[in-house]
Write a protein that binds this ligand. Structure first.
Ligand SMILES: [Zn+2]
Length: 196
C-alpha cells in the first residue's frame, strides 16, 4: 500500500475499537471525501488538543479556566457528584433532576497498576469539600472493583469532615461501566443512593 495511506491507517488504529480493517476502510473513505470535509475532521482534532483543558474546580473538560457546569449559578451547590472520567458527567447530566456540581477523579484506584490516591484528584476533592458548603458527596464511580475501592477510600478520607457520603445504588450490573447506563436506570440509581 502507498506510504501516506499506510501512515493514515496506522494512525487510525490508535483509536479504541479500530482494528486494521476498519482503519483501512476509514482511510479510503477519508481519501474519497471532499477536501474541506476531511480537513474539518483534522482541524476539529487539532482544536480539541489545543484548546481543551481541565476545569480548575472540578477537572471536567473545558475551554476556559472554569467549566460551564461550575459557572452555572442555578445548580445545587450543596451536592457534589464524584465521577471517574469527564465523559461520565454527560451520562449523569441526562438525569435532569440531579442538577448538581461534579468532581472528576481522572481515574479510579488500582494499586496493581500503580494508580494510587496521589495519582487521582482526591486531595483536590477533600479541599473542595472542606472549603465549600458541600453537604453531600454522591459517589458515582463505576460499579466494578476499582470503582468500589475508590468509593471506600473516598469515604475514609472524607469522614473526618463530617460530610454525608452516599454511593449511588446501582441497579446496573456489577462489573459494568456507568457509560452504558440508560437514563431510567441511572435516575433510579441516583434516587436510591445510600449513605456509606
Ligand atoms: Zn468545573
Amino acid at each position: 500500500m502507498h506510504g501516506i495511506i499506510d501512515n493514515l491507517v496506522n494512525e487510525l488504529t490508535r483509536l479504541p475499537g479500530i482494528g486494521r480493517k476498519t482503519a483501512q476502510r476509514l482511510a479510503f473513505f477519508i481519501l474519497s471525501m471532499p477536501d474541506a470535509e476531511a480537513l474539518s475532521i483534522a482541524e476539529a482534532i487539532h482544536k480539541v488538543k489545543e484548546k481543551a483543558r481541565f476545569c480548575s474546580h472540578c477537572f471536567n473538560i473545558t475551554e476556559n479556566e472554569v467549566c460551564e457546569i461550575c459557572s452555572d449559578d442555578s445548580r445545587d451547590r450543596s451536592r457534589l457528584c464524584v465521577v471517574e472520567e469527564p465523559s461520565n458527567i454527560l451520562v449523569i447530566e441526562r438525569v435532569k433532576s440531579f442538577h448538581c456540581l461534579y468532581h472528576v477523579l481522572l481515574g479510579a484506584l488500582s494499586p496493581i497498576d500503580g494508580i494510587t490516591p496521589d495519582r487521582l484528584k482526591i486531595r483536590e476533592l477533600v479541599d473542595r469539600v472542606r472549603n465549600n458548603s458541600v453537604q453531600e458527596v454522591v459517589i458515582a464511580t463505576n460499579p466494578n472493583t476499582k470503582g468500589e475501592i475508590t468509593a471506600q477510600y473516598i469515604k475514609e478520607v472524607l469522614s473526618p469532615l463530617g460530610v454525608k457520603v452516599t454511593r449511588i445504588a446501582y441497579g446496573l450490573p456489577m462489573g459494568s461501566d456507568i457509560e452504558f447506563a440508560d437514563e431510567v436506570t441511572l435516575s433510579k440509581a441516583l434516587e436510591g443512593r445510600r449513605e456509606i
